[in-house]
Design a protein around this ligand. Structure first.
Ligand code: 0GY
Length: 295
């Protein structure tokens, strides 16, 4: 494990391979994060992990190395509800990055509009107990009802609470994007219980999207065959509702750091045709994050 003198961990490789698969021009990495730099953007006092700096320069260098064009930067839990590091990275992107914020539900309408002006297009509600202290559903619903026009909600949960979360998800008044498909047990195949429950959610509301992301988290080890077998049918069945991303810098993955080039090489295994790849990598994220350019 790579830990520096301050005890801060590195969860990403400094030598990602060059992928064999070439993403189409305009491809969006729709799930990635930045950490710090911590001397300018300190971590939240409530942070559950303290990573080394992974700022915009490193993110955009990786984007170019992998043959990707744009980023959607999702506020990581270690930065709490202060979105300054995410906004800083968006501002440095020449319009090639947008973001998803984490907000105190008491945020004012003016501050939501300021986030919009900074390139934010959604808020994330995180239900993972190892990452956040609390997740107040009633307060989340209240703020979801007054988001700027065109925004959506990103929800991060694990499969074992999907049933309990259903009334909350059903009540959300804006489109929903589910991180990592709600972390199903992919080893049970495309028709395993978690995948079936997730399909029921997708079938219940047509504005629910999912990130076909994180084979490294959901599968034991490369080449992540069970992930490909379970996720390809989902992408094929819901081609207009899927997104893809690297998840760089892979928070909390310091003991199983994935090769980002290998993550890109998963794309043709979950989206086997050029048309599916275009929807997954361009059409769907552009509609959600760059709608004014996409109309
Ligand atoms: C992810 C996954 C994780 C962490 C965060 O905000 C975060 O800290 O998202 C995780 O540890 O599962 O979605 O990138």
């Amino acid at each position: 494990m790579s830990t520096d003198a301050q005890g801060r961990v590195r969860s990403w490789t400094l030598e990602p391979s060059v992928p064999r698969f070439s993403p189409p021009p305009g491809a969006v990495d729709a799930h990635c994060h930045v950490f710090g730099p911590a001397d300018r953007f300190p971590f939240s006092p409530k942070a559950k992990y303290h990573p080394q700096d992974a700022g915009p320069d490193a993110l955009f260098a990786l984007r170019d190395h992998l043959g990707l064009t744009r980023n959607v930067i999702v506020q990581a839990s270690c930065h709490g509800t202060d979105n300054a590091a995410t906004l800083n990275a968006i501002a440095a992107s020449n319009g090639l990055a947008r973001g998803v914020a984490v907000v105190d539900p008491a945020i004012s309408d003016e501050d939501l509009q300021a986030l919009h002006d900074g390139g934010i297009r959604g808020v994330r509600f995180n239900f993972l107990k190892r990452l956040v202290d609390d997740a107040p559903k009633d307060r989340f619903l209240e703020v979801a009802g007054r988001l700027p026009a065109g925004w959506h909600v990103v929800v991060y949960f694990e499969a074992d609470i999907l049933h309990e979360l259903r009334p909350f998800l059903d009540a959300l008044p804006v489109p929903v994007v589910v991180d990592h498909m709600g972390r199903p047990d992919v080893s049970l195949g495309p028709d395993g219980p978690d995948m079936r429950a997730f399909r029921a959610l997708l079938d219940s509301r047509p504005d629910t999207h999912f990130k076909a992301t994180c084979p490294d988290r959901l599968s034991e080890a490369p080449p992540w065959d069970d992930f490909a077998e379970a996720v390809r049918p989902l992408v094929e069945a819901y081609p207009d509702r899927c997104l893809w991303g690297t998840d760089w810098p892979h928070p909390n993955m310091e003991s199983r750091i994935p090769d980002d080039g290998a993550l890109v090489d998963m794309i043709p295994r979950i989206a086997p045709t050029p048309e599916l790849q275009r929807k997954l990598l361009i059409d769907n994220p552009m509609r959600l994050y760059w709608s004014e350019e996409w109309l």
